[in-house]
Design a protein around this ligand. Structure first.
Ligand SMILES: [Mg+2]
Ligand SMILES: [Zn+2]
Length: 200
């Protein structure tokens, strides 16, 4: 059991703000089926069990933060307004089920831009840490692709790879090619949340 005198982690900016643990979740293939450059929020579906996972994590004190690569913006397939509409729609679907994603961060750039925010780079995670007062220790990342796991490894987060329907072979190849080892694997986000809480 954790001693009651356990010091509370505080923000490094001297503000005294209390730090929260976070679970960073990928979007496409993790929260919702990956429809490849989805532009139209009305086509969005959220996987079964995601609401329950988020509800559980938040009930245990985690902030749930979505971090997603949306290169379709720079590629010209959709706009930032489309992306933000989809993010509002995710929470519209989740809220009646008692769940909500605390914040969404997305990279709008194509890989050729070599930006610091596209996963597996960690710019968006670091921004979320600053803006939302998130601790690194005790935080985790859940995603369906190796770039999610790689970003988590770079930050020293606990990493959970969830099944990626339709991309199983690609993921196996990515894991082998990049030499990345997720801490946990799970068939779904709900199972990932249960495993995290079991060891947390
Ligand atoms: Mg994904
Ligand atoms: Zn970017």
């Amino acid at each position: 059991m954790r001693p009651v005198t356990d010091p509370v982690a505080r923000a490094p900016d001297g503000s005294g703000a209390r730090l929260h643990r976070a679970v960073y979740v990928d979007r496409d293939g993790t929260v919702n089926p990956d429809l490849r450059y989805l532009a139209d929020a009305s086509r969005l579906e959220v996987y079964l069990g995601v609401a329950e996972a988020i509800r559980l994590l938040r009930a245990h004190g985690y902030k749930v933060v979505c971090v997603t690569n949306q290169s379709g913006v720079e590629r010209g397939y959709y706009t930032t307004e489309d992306v933000e509409r989809i993010h509002r729609r995710v929470n519209e679907i989740l809220r009646p089920q008692g769940a909500e994603i605390d914040a969404f961060y997305y990279c709008p750039h194509a890989p050729a831009s070599d930006c610091p925010c596209r996963k597996p780079r960690t710019g968006l995670f670091e921004r979320a840490e600053r803006e939302l007062h998130l601790a690194r220790r005790g935080s985790a990342v859940i995603g369906d692709r190796v770039l999610d796991i790689e970003a988590g490894e770079r930050l020293g987060l606990l990493t959970v790879l969830v099944a990626s329907p339709g991309h199983e072979e690609a993921v196996r190849q990515e894991v082998a090619a990049r030499g990345v080892t997720p801490d946990l694997t799970a068939p779904s986000m709900r199972a990932a949340a249960a495993r995290l809480l079991a060891i947390g």
